[in-house]
Design a protein around this ligand. Structure first.
Ligand code: ZN
Length: 290
């Protein structure tokens, strides 16, 4: 992020989800930016997503934890829609959702009469969105096809941490956003209550699929580097429940569901006191006016 070359090793994490391989997380001593060291190149990372349960792509409802995920999603969709309209100061407008997965969020916004464009890398997920929501979701390569200033709102819900070409993407987002537009980015928070409790086991490190691990501080710096001002931060305390249950499962503990529920509750209380402890955070950026 800052171009510094002094790195320290922060954690060593295991890919519990797909391969069991180990990856180191490194931190820049200059700016504090945390990232997955030596993550697989874009051409090779596909196999790390390939399990039948990759929930964002397949919409599986198998198992108790996945059912909790689906229940929480219904609540979150309504909350996200409200947050976008309130931050954008608009009831309708032009929205671009990047990394849309199976298309639930753009479908929600379309039903509220927004003009939506949605991009998704997975062909399976694009087909799902077409079949279930009649949404014409485009591959992620379409990002560069839009004219500058095309959107009032651009959203990336748990997507930024997956993008290999980070600085280039931020530049493109700055160009595509209208001058008064808002950029809404949700990412896991490695300085959250649950991240601190679980250390390297914390499921939201999700190596090597998560390349970057933004804290509230480094996210603000990243935006500033690319001409944005951070205008709001919102906690997503419900994520702590899902992430904690998943973490407990990865740790092979008895009663993963109950333990996860307990940690999720403690994390939720902690977030009431200090929102920067939330398991995931939503960051709202506006363009710095020249
Ligand atoms: Zn740095």
């Amino acid at each position: 992020m800052c171009g510094g070359t002094q790195l320290e090793r922060a954690l060593t994490c295991v890919d519990h989800y797909a391969t069991g391989e180990m990856f180191h997380l490194c931190r820049c001593t200059g700016c504090g930016f945390l990232f997955t060291q030596d993550f697989p190149a874009e051409a090779e990372i596909g196999r790390y997503y390939e399990t039948p349960e990759y929930i964002s792509h397949s919409d599986t409802k198998h198992g108790l934890i996945n059912r909790v995920y689906h229940y929480a999603r219904r609540y979150m969709l309504r909350r996200k829609a409200r947050l976008v309209m309130s931050e954008a100061h608009r009831k309708e407008g032009r929205l671009l959702d990047i990394g849309t997965g199976t298309g639930y969020f753009p479908a929600t916004m379309k039903a509220l009469r927004w003009q939506v464009e949605a991009l998704e890398k997975s062909a399976v997920a694009r087909d799902f969105a077409r079949t279930h929501f009649n949404l014409d979701v485009k591959p992620e390569t379409a990002l560069t096809d839009y004219a500058p200033g095309s959107f009032d709102v651009i959203t990336l819900w748990h997507v930024m941490e997956h993008l290999e070409h980070l600085n280039e993407t931020w530049e493109t987002l700055h160009s595509l956003l209208a001058d008064k537009g808002v950029l809404v980015i949700a990412v896991p928070n490695p300085s959250s209550y649950d991240a601190r409790k679980y250390g390297a086991y914390w499921a939201a490190y999700d190596v090597p699929r998560h390349l970057w691990h933004f804290t509230p501080d480094t996210m603000q710096r990243m935006g500033a580097k690319h001409g944005f001002i951070l205008s709001a931060r919102h906690p997503m305390p419900l994520d702590a429940f899902y992430i904690s249950m998943l973490t407990e499962r990865y740790m092979h503990r008895r009663g993963a569901f109950a333990r996860g529920l307990m940690t999720g509750a403690l994390a939720w209380f902690s977030t009431l006191v200090k929102k920067e402890r939330s398991s995931s955070m939503i960051y709202v950026f506006r363009k710095k006016q020249l």
